[in-house]
Design a protein around this ligand. Structure first.
Ligand SMILES: [Fe+2]
Length: 319
């Protein structure tokens, strides 16, 4: 059986991608940002997920204003990087997982979430930047297949936080009904507070961002009640991207272990937030029961190793 082992929240600031692509990661301004993801890359290298579901928003790369699906699931075999105006980013083409994606589409749509099925799509910085931050800069291939889930947060009305959270739960149900043993991680990307135009351009609200991260771990249901207008007022017009983190959070247990957090201001004109959440450790009884499940021995030992290492990271994590 497939299962979601962890959720990752990460900003997807385009300037981070430009810094990577132009060899600026060692410059002091950018080193401050990239150093916050070093432990995360170690965590990911140890977790070795079989598939990553990446929730992100398209920035008029794959979808123009002529067509904006609320939720669009990438079911293709591959997803090339988009040309966002200065040529495609020099990152490998992302391989998809069409079988799992089709299974998720069927399960979620039959659960009454009306996804758009996308069989051909280029992906922009919203997806590729978090991939770099967690997987580094591979030259030839990413270490695991990716299932993109594009969410409309660019044209009113975006989905509510509650809708996103419930979609996360439906995705989890779908993953857990897939028969192959797969360890899946799910990304929620975007944000945190920022506004790129208008009289409030440059707005950053660190206090609100940190409270969001606190509640993401401890009380996500509280976040599901935040109306759009509050995101706009407190986190800026583009802060609405944060609803996408609630899809990731909905796919996890109610109680999670926060194994790592990083927050810095600014990167470009954006607050950068990052978090790694694992499903809480099971009791001894639950572990024993889990041992009788169809999950393979290799998968179990790998998960145990991930948890052990994650707690080591947690003790050193940045807040
Ligand atoms: Fe964005």
């Amino acid at each position: 059986m497939a299962k979601i082992i962890a959720g990752i929240g990460s900003s997807h600031v385009p300037a981070i991608g430009a810094a990577l692509d132009n060899g600026k990661t060692e410059e002091p301004y950018w080193k401050r940002v990239f150093s916050g993801f070093e432990k995360s890359k170690q965590w990911m290298a140890q977790a070795k997920p079989d598939v990553a579901i990446v929730v992100y928003n398209d920035h008029a790369s794959a979808f123009s204003v002529e067509m904006i699906p609320t939720f669009a699931l990438g079911c293709a075999a591959e997803f090339p990087p988009a040309d966002e105006g200065w040529g495609p980013r020099p990152v490998p083409v992302l391989k998809g997982h069409p079988a799992l994606a089709a299974h998720i589409a069927q399960s979620v749509i039959l659960d009454e979430f009306d996804l758009t099925i996308v069989n051909k799509m280029e992906v922009d910085h919203g997806l590729t930047v978090p991939m770099n931050l967690l997987f580094g800069q591979p030259k030839d291939a990413w270490p695991c297949p990716v299932i993109p889930l594009a969410v409309n947060v660019v044209m009113y009305p975006p989905p509510t936080g509650h809708r996103c959270y419930m979609l996360g739960k439906a995705i989890r149900k779908a993953v857990e009904s897939y028969p192959e043993d797969l360890n899946v991680v799910i990304f929620g990307t975007g944000g945190l507070s920022h506004q790129i135009s208008g009289p409030r351009a440059g707005l950053i609200n660190s206090k609100w961002d940190k409270a969001f991260l606190d509640n993401l771990t401890r009380d996500p249901k509280k976040l599901t009640r935040i109306p759009h207008i509050e995101y706009m007022r407190e986190a800026g017009a583009e802060g609405i991207e944060m609803v996408m983190w609630l899809i990731m959070r909905g796919a996890l247990d109610d109680k999670v272990d926060e194994v790592y957090r990083f927050y810095t201001v600014p990167a470009s004109n954006t607050a950068v937030g990052h978090i790694i959440l694992e499903n809480a450790r099971k009791s001894a009884g639950a572990r024993k029961a889990a041992g009788k499940s169809r999950r393979g021995a290799a998968g179990k030992s790998r998960q145990a190793a991930v948890r052990q290492r994650s707690h080591r990271i947690a003790s050193k994590g940045t807040r």
